[in-house]
Design a protein around this ligand. Structure first.
Ligand code: 4NP
Length: 157
């Protein structure tokens, strides 16, 4: 497998995509695989901000420190820098298709498309809900991270 470079993208880059980044980092760490991993948002509102406290808390409950992550907005160069750009929901995927340069090699996908039986499902936005929503988010992004790694290992890219 060539070294993958994976970018996870949600709306704000403070809830779902930092958790997807953290879960995927943990997954490749366990598998002993080297990859470039990052996350970004389609929106600009939270640029420079750390993950939402509830996202920090759920990551910490799973032994992962994401307090040093900082939000950034996705940019055209990302489609050249990353081999895989992975959206957390369908709206994110639509936005990514719009800003992707025509000649960019990055493969676009929806995170849960990599999970058998969850094709087309969104990782629901937990931002306006209560803290328990973040446990659901963690479960979804962990399943997605495992499925994505399996896809990458199976296809070799
Ligand atoms: P995220 O959640 O896309 O998972 O980071 C959100 C964070 C902030 C907002 C929306 C969703 N917001 O509207 O500010």
């Amino acid at each position: 497998m060539n070294q993958p470079a994976v970018l996870f993208v949600c709306l704000g880059n403070i809830c779902r995509s930092p958790l997807a980044e953290a879960a995927f980092r943990a997954e490749i760490g366990r598998a002993g695989i080297d990859a470039i991993v990052d996350s970004a948002g389609t929106g600009h509102w939270h640029v420079g901000a750390p993950p939402d406290r509830r996202a920090q808390a759920v990551a910490a409950r799973h032994g992962i420190d994401i307090t040093g992550y900082r939000a950034r907005q996705v940019e055209e160069a990302d489609f050249h820098r990353f081999t895989h750009v992975v959206a957390l929901d369908e709206a994110n995927l639509r936005d990514l298709r719009e800003i992707r340069p025509g000649d960019a090699p990055a493969r676009l996908s929806l995170l849960l498309d990599h999970v058998p039986g969850r094709m087309g499902d969104a990782v629901a936005d937990p931002y306006y809900g209560d803290a328990s929503g973040f446990d659901t988010t963690w479960r979804d992004v962990s399943d997605g991270a495992r499925g994505l790694l399996e896809s990458l290992m199976r296809s070799g890219r």
